[in-house]
Design a protein around this ligand. Structure first.
Ligand code: G4F
Length: 331
């Protein structure tokens, strides 16, 4: 039986990759913060339905010895390093903790695997934010990086560290360059879930408006369930390589809001207010990925369209707002 270790197992992607790996018959281990183990109901809502099939270990991305001990004990065949400070806006408020968690945390994982489980295949969660001020549209694996936030810079550093461990020590380590991927399990701080949760609350009379920042930013939005499949496929290949994972379609925040409100028969212009405080000091204007390599080498393609994604998220939030779980069903 293959053994997998996941950092960030309580997050959106961690929950979907756990389901996929359990379905494939893996023994699945997760690294969690001690506080999550103390408050499982609050911190583990995304993996609540899997808890009796997962083995969770307390450790911190800030502590090399704690990560080393878990890796040495678990001896994983595959490691999915998904944990990060992943909210771009927050990285402007606290650049230092974003860099510490994302760069050092990744470095500790790479080093601990090299020392304690060198045959383990390692996935690093790279990001389309690495392209930032894009040099071309669409972007592929050869497009130069120009990150626009401490978050983007931290992801470039993690990507380069992973590449260097692969080249210097001959380890099976790679990065997925994933574009925005969403679902009903997305955190409320990200724009898609912020919009769909407000759509539901406004429709049900629990709110009247939603405050947003830049409506003109364009993103290549896919479904997280599709994207974790690409992560897994990357680690099943003969050689470790980096891959772009995207839909190849770009839509503005305005289009997302328009469609989400229309789904419940409302007009976004009546409910969206622009809040200048939510405009980022440096914005990534457009992201659109070229996933040709993933299609050709991994035989991967996204299966959920933009329209289906918006529909699924609105429907889930409508249901949660009606049964009262929308407030609690989140971080
Ligand atoms: O939903 P977002 O916060 O996601 P962002 O910044 O694109 O990053 C996400 O995708 C990356 C992959 O490309 C990941 F690496 C990263 O971890 C994260 O998952 O913002 C999307 C866009 C931005 O242009 C932002 O300026 O929406 C715009 N926006 C407008 N109003 C807003 C808001 N974003 C947020 N979060 N909240 C707003 O009120």
């Amino acid at each position: 039986m293959k053994v997998a270790l996941i950092t960030g197992i309580t997050g959106q992607d961690g929950s979907y990759i756990s389901e996929l790996l359990l379905d494939q018959g893996y023994e699945v281990h997760g690294i969690v913060r001690r506080v999550a183990l103390e408050y499982p109901e609050h911190r583990m809502w995304r993996i609540r339905h899997l808890l009796d099939r997962l083995q969770l270990h307390p450790a911190s991305l800030e502590s090399y010895p704690s990560l080393f001990k878990v890796i040495q004990r678990v001896q994983p065949n595959e490691c999915y390093h998904l944990a990060a400070q992943s909210y771009v806006s927050y990285s402007f408020e606290d650049e230092f903790s974003t860099m510490n968690a994302n760069v050092n945390g990744t470095h500790y994982m790479l080093s601990a695997i090299r020392e304690a489980a060198p045959n383990c295949r390692f996935y690093f969660a790279g990001s389309s934010e690495m392209f930032g001020k894009v040099r071309e549209v669409p972007q592929n694996e050869d497009t130069p990086f120009h990150p626009r936030s401490a978050y983007g810079i931290s992801k470039v550093a993690g990507y380069e560290l992973t590449r260097n461990y692969r080249e210097a020590y001959g380890l099976f380590m790679l990065s997925g360059i994933l574009y925005n991927h969403e679902s009903p399990r997305r955190g409320f701080e990200f724009v898609t879930r912020k919009i769909t949760s407000h759509v539901a609350r406004i429709k049900n009379g629990q709110a009247t408006e939603v405050r947003l920042g830049n409506l003109d930013a364009k993103r290549d939005w896919g479904h997280a369930r599709d994207y974790v499949r690409a992560m897994w496929l990357m680690l099943q290949q003969d050689t470790p390589e980096d891959y772009v994972v995207s839909t190849g379609e770009s839509h503005s925040v305005r289009e997302f809001a328009d469609l989400a409100f229309r789904t419940v028969g409302l007009n976004y212009e009546d409910h969206v207010r622009i809040d200048q405080n939510l405009i980022r000091p440096a914005e990534v204007d457009i992201l659109c990925g070229d996933a040709t390599k993933s299609k050709e080498k991994l035989n991967w393609e996204h299966s959920t369209s933009f329209e289906e994604l918006v529909g699924e998220m609105v429907e889930a939030d409508m249901k949660a707002s009606e049964d009262g779980s929308l407030v609690t069903n989140g971080p």
